[in-house]
Design a protein around this ligand. Structure first.
Ligand SMILES: Nc1ncnc2c1ncn2[C@@H]1O[C@H](COP(=O)(O)OP(=O)(O)O)[C@@H](O)[C@H]1O
Ligand SMILES: [Mg+2]
Length: 211
């Protein structure tokens, strides 16, 4: 089963992927945790290009292609082989991020982007996508208050961009409500985790019943 986590920066995706991986391993599941952009040697190289604050001249189309290049490698090298072995794959961001950020955020043609994603993934889609719902300014505040060097080129966009991203996520959820679960990410992390577990257990019972 393939589970992805989406939401604005600072909404708690990395935290919740880690907590869910621990939970599922405790429950005896084989789990693979990965993230976008990254997760392979080649994809991590692309990640460096994407996040570099010095790359102020990066064109939106180049950015979209780089995300999809990283994604194509991750799907082929890591995600598909793991799924084939029955491993539960948890991915911190996936194709919906491209639609939300490069599509709705940068206002590029959504149908074109969807075709590019189809090409990059070979049609692989998540079985469940967890949307961690948090106002974008709250996530930015969480990350900034950490002062842990997490600030990167993609964070450094103006607030109106982040608001378009959240509105974009809402459209993606409305288009495919059965794939998504929305969770109130303003709750304490343990409560968010409980909500995530409930949603995942429900879906696992359908897609991959415990042996
Ligand atoms: N439920 C929560 N409440 C308050 N702070 C949180 C919560 N979940 C995560 N954080 C903190 O907020 C920051 C962003 O969390 P992170 O998991 O890195 O988010 P993301 O991966 O979505 O950017 C981190 O410093 C993390 O410790
Ligand atoms: Mg993160």
């Amino acid at each position: 089963m393939f589970i992805t986590f989406e939401g604005s920066d600072g909404s708690g995706k990395t935290t919740q992927v880690q907590l869910l991986a621990e939970y599922l391993r405790q429950a005896g599941r084989s789990v693979l945790k990965t993230r976008e952009p990254g997760g392979t040697r080649i994809s991590d190289g692309v990640r460096q290009l994407l996040l570099d604050l010095a790359h102020t001249e990066m064109h939106a189309r180049a950015e979209t292609l780089l995300f999809n290049a990283a994604r194509a490698q991750l799907v082929a090298e890591v995600i598909r082989p793991a799924l084939a072995e029955g491993t539960v794959v948890l991915c911190d961001r996936f194709a919906d991020s491209t639609l939300a950020y490069q599509g709705y955020g940068h206002q590029q043609e959504i149908a074109e982007m969807a075709r590019m994603i189809e090409y990059a993934t070979g049609g692989l889609r998540p079985d469940l996508t967890v949307f961690l719902d948090l106002p974008p300014w709250e996530g930015l505040r969480r990350n900034r208050s950490q002062g842990n060097g997490k600030w990167n080129r993609l964070d450094a966009q103006e607030l109106s961009f982040h608001q378009r991203v959240v509105a974009g996520y809402r459209k993606l959820i409305a288009r495919e409500p059965q794939r998504w679960v929305e969770i109130d990410a303003s709750q304490p992390r343990e409560q968010v985790h409980q909500d995530v577990v409930r949603a995942v257990e429900k879906r696992l019972a359908v897609f991959a019943p415990a042996p």
